[in-house]
Write a protein that binds this ligand. Structure first.
Ligand code: CO
Length: 200
C-alpha cells in the first residue's frame, strides 16, 4: 500500500504549499472556475495538460482519451465541449496529440488488441485517407510522426464541425480551435498552424 500512501502524502504537502503561497487559493477556486482553455489530449501518462503548459488548477478544462479523438457520436467528449464552450465560455479549444502515441501506433499495426481496436479504428481511417502521402515517409518512425500530426488536424476539423462550435461561431462568440503536438522526447509543444476561428 506504500504506492497509494505516497499519493496522500504528496497531496497534503501540495495543499499546504498552495495555501502558503496564497491563503485564498482554494477558497477562490471553490467558488468558481474560469478556465480560458479546453484541452483535448491523449490519456498517455506523459502528457499532462497542466504540467506541460504550466497552468494551475482552475486554468484549463481537460478531456483526455486514447489518441485524443473527437468523434461525433462520443457523447462524453461532446458534453465536455458543450459545457466548456457554452457555460465556461473558454476562448481556446486545444487538440493536443503527441509523438510516440501508442494509440496511433496500435491503430496501424496488424496485431489485434481487443475492444480498443474499435476506438482506434478512427485513427486507422485517418491513415487510410492519407495512405498515399504517408507511404512517402522515409521510415516507419517518420510515418507514425506524420500520422500523429494528421490525426490532430482531423480532430481540429471534427471540433469545428460540432453543433456546439458552429453555434458559438454563428452567435459571434470568440472561439479558437488549435491543433498542437507534444514531443515526449524533449517536452516541447508545437503549434501545427491549423487554428480555426470561424465557419469555413
Ligand atoms: Co497517445
Amino acid at each position: 500500500m506504500k504506492d497509494i500512501e505516497r499519493l496522500f502524502d504528496n497531496n497534503r504537502n501540495w495543499a499546504d504549499r498552495m495555501t502558503q503561497a496564497n491563503s485564498h487559493f482554494f477558497k477562490d477556486l471553490a467558488e468558481q472556475q474560469r478556465p480560458k482553455y479546453l484541452w483535448i489530449g491523449c490519456a498517455d501518462s506523459r502528457v499532462s495538460a497542466n504540467e506541460i503548459t504550466g497552468l494551475a488548477p482552475g486554468e484549463v478544462f481537460v478531456h483526455r482519451n486514447v489518441a485524443n479523438l473527437v468523434i461525433h457520436t462520443d457523447i462524453n467528449c461532446l458534453s465536455v465541449l458543450q459545457f466548456a464552450v457554452e457555460i465556461l465560455k473558454v476562448e481556446h479549444v486545444i487538440i493536443c496529440g503527441h509523438y510516440g502515441c501508442g494509440g496511433v501506433q496500435a491503430a496501424v499495426e496488424d496485431q489485434r488488441h481487443g475492444l480498443i481496436d474499435n476506438w482506434l479504428r478512427h485513427v486507422r481511417d485517418v491513415y487510410h485517407r492519407n495512405e498515399e502521402v504517408l507511404k512517402k515517409a522515409g521510415s516507419n518512425d517518420a510515418l507514425l510522426r506524420e500520422l500523429c500530426e494528421l490525426n490532430v488536424r482531423e480532430q481540429v476539423v471534427n471540433v469545428a464541425n460540432t453543433t456546439t462550435v458552429q453555434d458559438a461561431w454563428l452567435s459571434g462568440q470568440a472561439l479558437y480551435v488549435h491543433g498542437w503536438i507534444y514531443d515526449i522526447h524533449d517536452g516541447l509543444l508545437k503549434d501545427l498552424g491549423v487554428t480555426l476561428d470561424k465557419i469555413q
